[in-house]
Design a protein around this ligand. Structure first.
Ligand SMILES: Nc1nc2c(ncn2[C@@H]2O[C@H](COP(=O)(O)OP(=O)(O)OP(=O)(O)O)[C@@H](O)[C@H]2O)c(=O)[nH]1
Ligand SMILES: [Mg+2]
Length: 225
């Protein structure tokens, strides 16, 4: 029986989330979702994470990530707290054997290319092949065309990113760690998808992350020029 006055009891629903009873309407989930950032070196993985976590942009000299780094952020999805454990991997080839070992634990992958760098876009197919080989089958994948603020240097059109994502049946957005465009949305969409997967009852409508971001994203939030 539910005791609405109790604020101390913990309950453990069958969905795997441990729900701490609370007198507030906010449910606290101690489940953490692992989100991994992957893509070529220089595509902006670390900057995207810093923008999401601290709301800042790391301009100036580029400090390439060594190995792997992680940061946590708790987000609110419709009153539910979801803890994202975000793994920032090194894009450089020489660290690939280290980062491969983390794929199987990832619940979601944000796969980045740089819209001003054709090689980083061409390499997406190889990244997707690596994902197929090492990641869980039900991993949430989102393709992100980053540096969308760099209009003059752009070499990959938005439509090309959209087509590649469609061909591989993954969600897609363009982002900018510099302006913040779509950065929160990218992380919030995966948090929402992961929360839905864990809490959805068979009778609930299914959640499609690709449709969700298509509906929610900003397409003109960058500075252009
Ligand atoms: N204009 C612009 N510059 C960006 C953006 N994101 C990253 N950069 C710049 O791109 C360079 C590389 O960014 P990082 O985030 O360090 O790249 P990374 O993917 O983490 O690279 P590795 O750690 O080597 O894998 C830095 O000089 C950033 O300032 C963006 O959205 N817009
Ligand atoms: Mg980095």
């Amino acid at each position: 029986m539910k005791d609405s006055n109790s604020s101390t009891k913990d309950s453990h629903p069958p969905n795997g989330f441990a729900r701490k009873g609370s007198s507030t309407s906010t449910e606290v989930f101690d489940n953490s979702c692992k989100v991994m950032l992957i893509g070529d070196s220089g595509s902006g993985k670390t900057c995207l994470l810093v923008r999401f976590k601290d709301g800042a942009f790391l301009s100036g000299s580029f400090i390439s990530t060594v190995g792997i780094d992680f940061r946590n952020k708790v987000v609110d999805v419709d009153g539910t707290k979801v803890k994202l454990q975000i793994w920032d991997t090194a894009g450089q080839e020489r660290f690939r054997s280290i980062t491969k070992a983390y794929y199987r634990d990832a619940n979601a992958l944000l796969l980045l290319y740089d819209v001003t760098n054709k090689t980083s876009f061409d390499n997406i197919r190889a990244w997707l092949a690596e994902i197929n080989e090492y990641a869980q089958e039900d991993v949430v994948i989102m393709l992100l065309g980053n540096k969308a603020d760099m209009a003059a240097e752009r070499v990959i059109r938005r439509e090309e990113g959209e087509k590649l994502a469609k061909d591989h049946n993954v969600a897609f957005m363009e982002t900018s760690a510099k302006t913040g465009m779509n950065v929160d949305l990218a992380f919030m969409a995966v948090a929402r998808d992961l929360k839905m997967k864990k809490t959805r009852k068979p009778s609930d409508p299914s959640f499609n992350v690709a449709e969700y971001v298509t509906k929610e994203q900003q397409t003109s939030g960058c500075c252009g020029s």
